[in-house]
Design a protein around this ligand. Structure first.
Ligand SMILES: O=C(O)CCC(=O)C(=O)O
Ligand SMILES: [Fe+2]
Length: 228
């Protein structure tokens, strides 16, 4: 099996943990190897027929919109060996631990461990929320090349409420390409994905959720609504 990710991929700045603590976000550009991108993209494409279309407003997240196609970890584990193996790969978990500056560990939750999110229609968006677990590694398998086409991460670290995401002027956007990744302090960073602007665009990500030995995840009903 070829290497799926760059084991040495860490941001050039020495203090990634400090940056993550302040910004809530750490870009990991080019985390996937060329082989990794091809193989994971194929794996996701092969599972897409199992994925379900979701169009609703999420009550527990201020009625923010979900227009996307999703596949939960409980289905992925039956359909893929590669994705669950990557999720628990000690090299990947070690990289995340170095990046975060604290032990990053697997979660037990079979649904949220590893999910697939596909935006593929005009207006498709993953609306504002925080995650149930403290860390999210988001791996890009497809993304619009042009930031003007949408699919941007829009985020606000240390958010008091989801309302602040659009009200505060501290919110930032980030653009990613296929093969890129980012690590998010996802339980305290409010975040959403901006809508796709025109037909023919696709944005496909894997989201791997992790915790720490001391974190107390605040479980919401969001995963059941989106992946159940
Ligand atoms: O697609 C993204 O960039 C964010 C995904 C996300 O926030 C999630 O799955 O909880
Ligand atoms: Fe999220």
């Amino acid at each position: 099996m070829p290497r799926l990710f760059e084991t040495n991929a860490l941001p050039p700045e020495p203090d990634s943990a400090g940056r993550l603590a302040v910004d809530g976000y750490l870009p990991l550009p080019g985390l996937l190897t060329a082989d990794g991108l091809v193989l994971l993209h194929q794996e996701a494409a092969g599972m897409e027929a199992l994925a379900r279309r979701r169009d609703f407003a999420m009550k527990c997240m201020d009625d923010s919109p979900r227009h996307m196609t999703t596949l939960g970890g409980q289905v992925i584990v039956e359909a893929s060996d590669m994705i669950p193996a990557l999720y628990r790969d000690p090299g990947l978990v070690g990289l995340l631990t170095r990046a975060a500056g604290e032990p990053v560990i697997e979660i037990d939750d079979p649904v949220e461990r590893h999910v697939l999110n596909i935006l593929h229609r005009v207006g498709d968006t993953h609306g504002a929320h925080t995650d149930d677990y403290p860390y999210a590694l988001v791996l890009f398998l497809e993304a619009p090349d042009d930031p003007a086409d949408g699919g941007l991460l829009y985020f606000l670290p240390h958010a008091g409420s989801l309302y602040d995401l659009d009200a505060a002027d501290r919110a930032r956007t980030a653009h990613h390409r296929a093969g890129d990744a980012y690590l998010l302090r996802s339980d305290t960073t409010a975040h959403r994905v901006t809508p796709l602007s025109r037909p023919g665009l696709r944005r496909t990500v894997l989201n791997f959720a992790y915790t720490t030995p001391t974190a107390r995840p605040h479980r919401t009903g969001s995963a059941t609504e989106l992946y159940g």
